[in-house]
Design a protein around this ligand. Structure first.
Ligand SMILES: [Fe+2]
Length: 306
C-alpha cells in the first residue's frame, strides 16, 4: 500500500535521481481521492509526481462526483479519455462540460468539482504543475455543500456578482505558444474561470521541416504545456520526429501506439504501449518513432518550460 503523501515529489524518482523511465500502466499507483472519504471519492491512478509536475488518471462511475471540491497550488489541465465531464467551480458558479478528446484548463487555487451525469464511465488524464497539494490532502478549508455557488445555493449572497462574460474567440498562431488559451497570470486573476478546449480550440503547430510532426496544444503557459504529438506513418525507414528536449520534466501518455521513444545520446529505445507513460526528465534529448501503419498519438505534459 502506497499513500499519496509517500510518493509526492519522488515518483518515479526524487529530484536528484531523475532518469528516463517507461512506466507501464500496471505500475501506476492505485488510490482513491480524497483518501479519507471513500463515500465521495474518485478512483485515482497516480503516474508521476516530481518537483515539476503531477500526472495521473481518475475515474467516476455514472452518477458519481467527488467531495469536497478540490483545489491546488498549481494549474491543472484535464484531457478527457472517456465519457463526458461536467465541472463546477464551487466559488464563482461556473459549470462547463467537456467531451472525449477535449481538454479543460483550471487556474491554480480555483475550487473544482467533477460530476458524471452520463451512462458511461468518465476517465480523465490530469496534469498539475508545479505542485498538486501542500500539507493537507485535500485542503480542508473548502466550501462545504451549502457553500457552493449554484442554482438556489443557500449562501450565494456571500460571493461576488460577476458581470456578463463573453466566450473567448481567438485565432491561434505560433506566437500563442506560451499564452494559450489565455496568458497564465491573466487567467489566474479572479474570477478564475475554467476554459474548455474543444478540438477546434487546440493550438495547432508543426515541428520539423524535414520530418513534420503535428502538435496540438491544449494549454501552453508560464507553468505548463499539455497537448498532443501526432506522428504519421510512412517513410523510407520508420517515421522519426526531430530531436527535442525541454527545460522541464516531460511525460508522454500514449493514446494511439505503440510510440517508440528513442534517446539519441544513450541509443536507448522504449516501446511505449497505449495507456503507458514515458517519463523524460529535464534536458533529456528524445525522438518519437513510428514503426506502425497508422498515425501514432501521445499526450504530452511539460513543466515548466518547453
Ligand atoms: Fe484537481
Amino acid at each position: 500500500m502506497t499513500t499519496v503523501s509517500e510518493i509526492m515529489g519522488k515518483l518515479p524518482f526524487p529530484p536528484d535521481k531523475k532518469k528516463p523511465k517507461h512506466i507501464r500502466k500496471n505500475e501506476y499507483i492505485d488510490s482513491i481521492y480524497p483518501p479519507a472519504a471513500p463515500e465521495f471519492s474518485d478512483l485515482t491512478r497516480i503516474i508521476v509526481s516530481t518537483d515539476r509536475l503531477f500526472l495521473g488518471t481518475y475515474q467516476l462511475a455514472p452518477g458519481g462526483s467527488f467531495n469536497p471540491p478540490d483545489l491546488h497550488p498549481g494549474d491543472e489541465t484535464y484531457y478527457i479519455l472517456n465519457g463526458t465531464l461536467t465541472q463546477q467551480n464551487a466559488v464563482n458558479g461556473q459549470v462547463i462540460r467537456a467531451y472525449e478528446g477535449e481538454s479543460i484548463w483550471m487556474p491554480r487555487e480555483a475550487w473544482h468539482k467533477a460530476f458524471n451525469f452520463e451512462n458511461e464511465i468518465l476517465r480523465i488524464l490530469f496534469l498539475i504543475a508545479p505542485k498538486a497539494w501542500d500539507e493537507k490532502i485535500p485542503p480542508d478549508d473548502y466550501p462545504h455543500g451549502d457553500d457552493i455557488k449554484e442554482y438556489k445555493g443557500k449562501h450565494n449572497s456571500k460571493y461576488d456578482v460577476l458581470p456578463p462574460l463573453s466566450k473567448p474567440t481567438r485565432i491561434g498562431t505560433t506566437d500563442d505558444i506560451g499564452r494559450w488559451p489565455i496568458d497564465g497570470p491573466e487567467g489566474r486573476k479572479p474570477p478564475q474561470l475554467f476554459y474548455r478546449i474543444r478540438e477546434e480550440d487546440k493550438l495547432l503547430n508543426i515541428f520539423g521541416p524535414d520530418n513534420p510532426m503535428l502538435i496540438k496544444f491544449f494549454v501552453s503557459n508560464d507553468v505548463m504545456h499539455m497537448g498532443e504529438f501526432i506522428l504519421p506513418a510512412g517513410g523510407k525507414g520508420p517515421r522519426l520526429s526531430e530531436v527535442d528536449s525541454h527545460n522541464g520534466d516531460c511525460i508522454l501518455f500514449v493514446i494511439d501506439g505503440p510510440v517508440t521513444v528513442y534517446l539519441p545520446d544513450t541509443q536507448e529505445a522504449f516501446i511505449v504501449e497505449e495507456e503507458d507513460t514515458m517519463f523524460i526528465p529535464e534536458g533529456t534529448r528524445y525522438q518519437l518513432m513510428n514503426f506502425t501503419a497508422k498515425p501514432i498519438k501521445a499526450i504530452f505534459g511539460i513543466a515548466p518550460r518547453l
